[in-house]
Write a protein that binds this ligand. Structure first.
Ligand code: ADP
Ligand code: MG
Length: 616
């Protein structure tokens, strides 16, 4: 057989290797920022155009490079940071592979100007797709400027693969924040299309966090601190009452390098156990300092994982440190097992402030009545039809007492499925029509037997179809709030909010003045009570953050899904008979009553025959 193996030409090999390091504009940002830090910069500027697709420029005031070094820096495996493999175990720099610049130069147009402090003139170098176009002597300030233009200009497939400018910009911002949070002693400025997104002066760790995430962050944080032989821990954790649905504000740094560690994340979460609502996440900014020899960062260049020698010990220390600080700063309530659970303020209400009178009042909430009954903060099904809707359940009872026809009660389900519940009007008087099983299912009878309905999925379906309809029809009904709510969001969340603001408007949200950190809500969709507004928005932002792309339909669909998940009754919620009935009616008025919006079955039927068979 003829020989078939060939060596790839250099430029192809370079492009392939580049793919390892540079996946998107944010990867370039990370590499350039890290190089600037390794160069000892005290001030770093990041300039971005069109989500980094057109331009990514990093300007530093670090040590700069000689003309020869400038040229050499673009060679693969050219690095000033390690000399032997042993050095890998004593790393004090971000970079060490000598690959980043070679990779970037292979797939972009790069302009470099640099000057070391002790030289009078600097160097300007132009490279396009690994080819040096020009190298000249140039006047330049001390330090280095890398401008990376037209990323992936020579690999159209990769370029097409990039997401929208907004999404790419978000990735860049993530990288920027990680680096900025790890280096508060360095000043950072970050511009996108000419406007400054972040201007961060030199400061301490806490102030850096506050500058990045907004002034309200200050009051939300408590310090963590521990010094052991294995690790030195410092940083801040968010107070439990500020735990959020989104996982955005969680940062571990090991020796000033941002890392991801599901294992350590678990350690922190477990320290918060019992203090935060399920499905919410506390913020944390935790800085670990360990002996460089005890970790291995020699993994994939774009990965953020680190291998620790003694992960178990680290886990235990971290967990107890976080616990300790929660206790010390009196954030963790004193445990009192005698306390009546029902008198506890629900978590949703802890972080409410201002105590302005609320429009939504849960009048059914009486801590001294039934020991079991928990206040229900879910939206009530029939609100639209009832005057004084806050009185929903109470109102209903009296209507029922007067023998009200239920068809007038179930809102928006104009047509009641007559076939399935033929005698449902008459049966309404008897409480046997529906009952709740295990606070999870609603059981009701039909001609042929009985139906067991998953209450949460059923309500999700009902709400989902309502929201979908509202969004598509436009002009959704909005309830004006008597007292507008002001929420404060981090800059990142605010940016995400901007992306969904318009769609939110179409479903009935009305916003007042917003600035970089605050958001005024003047109106809410009819189905969302004011008390839930913050949680709902938080959830919407988190959901959009996870799947930012998509066409209009999928956006609408996701909005509706998020809302219905947030607002539906849950397993464990007690529903009175009227609500059970209303839910059943609403469900069977839906277009697709069988499946939840998340494609789970909503109900099962058990026929008389099935039951007969059981008795055989
Ligand atoms: P690494 O950072 O792994 O060493 P890079 O390809 O990122 O590899 O950079 C190659 C070399 O170029 C670095 O080792 C450093 O000597 C030099 N260099 C890169 N960026 C800068 C900078 N901003 N200032 C000074 N020197 C730099
Ligand atoms: Mg580097």
């Amino acid at each position: 057989m003829a020989d078939i193996i060939k060596l790839l030409p250099d430029h192809v090999a370079n492009q392939i290797a580049a793919g390892e390091v540079v996946q998107r504009p944010a990867s370039v940002v990370k590499e350039l920022l890290e190089n600037a830090i390794d160069a000892g910069a005290s001030s770093i500027k990041l300039i971005v155009k069109d989500g980094g697709k057109i331009l990514i420029q990093v300007v530093d005031d670090g040590v700069g490079m000689s003309g020869t070094d400038a040229r050499l820096s673009f060679e693969r495996h050219a690095t000033s940071k390690i000399q032997s493999a042993e050095d890998l175990f004593n790393l004090h720099t971000k970079g060490f592979r000598g690959e980043a610049l070679a990779s970037i130069a292979a797939i972009a147009h790069v302009d470099l100007t640099t000057r070391p402090e002790n030289e009078e003139v600097g160097t300007a170098l132009k490279i396009e797709g690994s080819k040096v176009i020009s190298q000249e002597v140039a006047v330049s300030p001390k330090g280095t400027s890398f401008a990376v233009k037209n990323l992936f200009f020579n690999i159209p497939a990769r370029r097409n693969f990039l997401k929208s400018d907004t999404v790419e910009l978000r990735h860049i911002t993530d990288e920027f924040q990680r680096v900025a949070l790890a280096h508060p002693a360095i000043a950072f400025h970050y511009y996108n299309n000419g406007s400054e997104l972040f201007g961060l002066p030199k400061t301490n760790y806490k102030q850096r966090i506050v500058h990045v995430f907004g002034s309200r962050t200050n009051e939300k944080l408590v310090p963590v601190q521990e010094d052991t032989q294995v690790v030195r821990i410092s940083g801040f954790i968010g107070k439990p009452e500020f735990a959020k649905k989104s996982r955005g504000e969680q940062f571990f740094f090991v020796n000033d390098r941002f890392i991801k560690s599901p294992y350590l994340h678990h350690a922190v979460l477990s320290a918060f156990e019992g203090l935060i609502k399920q499905g919410t996440y506390p913020a944390y900014f935790i800085y670990l300092e360990v002996d460089p020899a005890s970790i291995d960062i020699n993994i994939h260049p774009t990965k953020t994982e680190v291998k620790f020698n003694d992960e178990h010990t680290l886990y235990a220390i971290l967990r107890s440190t976080v616990k300790h600080s929660l206790g010390q700063f009196n954030v963790a309530p004193v445990l009192d097992f005698e306390q009546d659970q029902n008198l506890e303020t629900p978590y949703e209400y802890r972080n409410k402030e201002g105590v302005l009178p609320k429009v939504t009042v849960d009048q059914a909430f009486n801590p001294f009545s039934h020991t079991e009954q928990k206040p229900t903060f879910r939206p009530n099904f029939q609100r639209q039809d009832i005057e004084g809707w806050e009185n929903l359940y109470v109102g209903l009872e009296s209507k029922v007492g007067k023998g009200a026809d239920f068809s007038s009660v179930s809102f928006e389900s104009e047509t009641i499925t007559g076939n399935l519940f033929p005698k449902y009007g008459e049966q309404a008087e008897s409480t046997t029509t529906t009952f709740q099983l295990k606070r999870k299912y609603i059981v009701t009878t039909i001609k042929s037997g009985m139906v067991v309905i998953d209450q949460s999925r059923a309500h999700q379906r009902v709400l989902y179809e309502k929201f979908l309809k509202n969004i598509t029809v436009k002009g959704a009904i909005s309830q004006q709030l008597l007292f507008p709510l002001t929420l404060s969001l981090s800059k990142t969340d605010m940016a995400i909010f901007d992306e969904i603001k318009e769609s939110l408007g179409t479903i009935g949200f009305a916003f007042g003045v917003t600035d970089t950190e605050h958001l005024e809500i003047k109106g809410l969709p009819l189905l969302i009570p004011g008390s839930e507004a913050e949680i709902v928005l938080d959830e919407l932002i988190a959901a959009h953050n996870e799947h930012p792309d998509g066409n209009n339909f999928s956006q609408t669909d996701r909005l509706s899904k998020t809302l219905c998940k947030c607002l539906s009754v849950k397993t464990g919620d007690i529903l009175d008979v009227n609500s059970q009935l209303a839910l059943v009616n609403d469900l069977f008025a839906c277009k697709e009553p069988k499946l939840s919006p998340f494609n789970k079955p909503i109900y099962i039927t058990i026929t008389g025959e099935d039951i007969d068979n059981k008795f055989k």
